[in-house]
Design a protein around this ligand. Structure first.
Ligand code: 5AD
Length: 331
């Protein structure tokens, strides 16, 4: 598919064809199986100032938290208890967690669970040598969203950060042998059809193992509070297009989708996604990891939440998988 065709689809030229193609490719490569990744959001401290994100350091009204070594491992134990195949260790860009600290968490998880749980790190931009050390310690995957490939928009949305540096890091993560995930935000303020179409093509050219695209959700404690949410239809079109362009990649139906409407996450699965990422962050702090409204707002315990999501998946005709859900394609 070329840029022009993608643009047409994004405008809604033929949703029926697009969605049915996304669905049949997802069906062919993944069937009804949905991989689950338990996210442990262990710190909401962040030194970045991303305009779209509620965790940006300039949001002084947010109460900040950091989990200890033992608290993180307790949350990881819930991943095991709820029989999820992957733990995602995620935080803001919080350098107070040292190379050694993260390294020892990785080693402890591997010591306890061996290779029955895959470890994904999602810690933002860190140094090259630490990324290597964590890989050597046993981390399996790394998530680093590009958010947009449009240099001007990227550098406006992520003050002080450079698109070229982000892309270099992604390339390096690939070289280290991580399964690498990245993604974009659909309908970021000032994102045109042209930019979004190009983002989908660029994302699909990197050979990524995981690809995410979720709608922009305005957060009232950020400079973008007055912009509208991303469009549900365009978000679904983006997922279907990504599935068509990346047959084997693991594609989540994000919690930003769920923020848009109650059934949006399941609709994302139908048209091409195959992954859901429930939060296993302790209830005591979970609401403070509020990247955007709707994220982590449930009042149930982590275990109850996972059960609810599994039930939703099953009752929608999908199968919540216990597999660790590695990338199925070749290298
Ligand atoms: N709306 C939608 N997605 C967002 N993210 C951050 N802020 C928002 C927002 N306001 C996404 C980014 C980030 C991930 C953790 O959440 O893609 O990488």
């Amino acid at each position: 598919m070329n840029l022009k065709e993608i643009k047409e689809f994004l405008k809604g030229a033929d949703d029926k064809l697009l969605f049915s193609q996304g669905e049949s490719i997802r069906e062919k490569y993944f069937g009804k199986e949905v991989y689950l990744r338990g996210i442990v959001e262990f710190s909401n401290v962040c030194k970045e100032k991303c305009l779209y994100c509620g965790l940006r350091c300039s949001n002084r009204e947010l109460k900040r938290y950091r989990l200890t070594f033992d608290e993180i491992l307790e949350a990881v134990e819930l991943v095991r208890k709820s029989r999820l195949g992957t733990v995602v260790l995620q935080s803001g860009n919080d350098p107070s967690y040292t190379t050694e600290f993260i390294e020892s968490i990785i080693r402890e998880i591997k010591k306890r669970y061996g290779n029955s749980i895959a470890i994904t790190l999602s810690l933002g931009e860190r140094d090259y040598d630490e990324l290597k050390r964590w890989r050597d310690a046993g981390a399996d995957r790394y998530l680093l969203k590009v958010e947009t490939f449009d240099k001007k928009l990227y550098e406006k949305m992520r003050p002080g950060r450079k698109l070229s540096e982000r892309l270099k890091l992604i390339e390096y993560l690939m070289k280290l042998g991580y399964e690498v995930g990245s993604g974009i935000i659909v309908d970021l303020p000032e994102m045109t059809d042209e930019i979004l179409a190009n983002d989908l093509l660029e994302l699909s050219s990197l050979g990524l193992h995981m690809i995410a695209s979720g709608p922009f959700i305005p957060h009232n404690k950020t400079p973008l509070y007055e912009y509208p949410s991303g469009d549900l239809k365009r978000s679904l079109r983006a997922i279907a297009l990504l599935r068509i362009l990346n047959k084997y990649s693991n594609i989540p139906s994000t919690s930003a989708m769920a923020s848009l409407s109650k059934d949006a996450r399941i609709r994302g699965l139908i048209v091409g996604a195959n992954v859901i990422m429930p939060s296993l962050t302790p209830l005591r702090v979970r609401k403070l990891y509020n990247i955007y409204p709707g994220k982590n707002e449930s009042d149930s315990s982590a275990l109850e939440d996972v059960e609810k999501i599994k039930n939703l998946i099953s009752s929608s005709g999908f199968i919540p998988s216990e597999s660790i859900g590695n990338y199925k394609g070749g290298n």
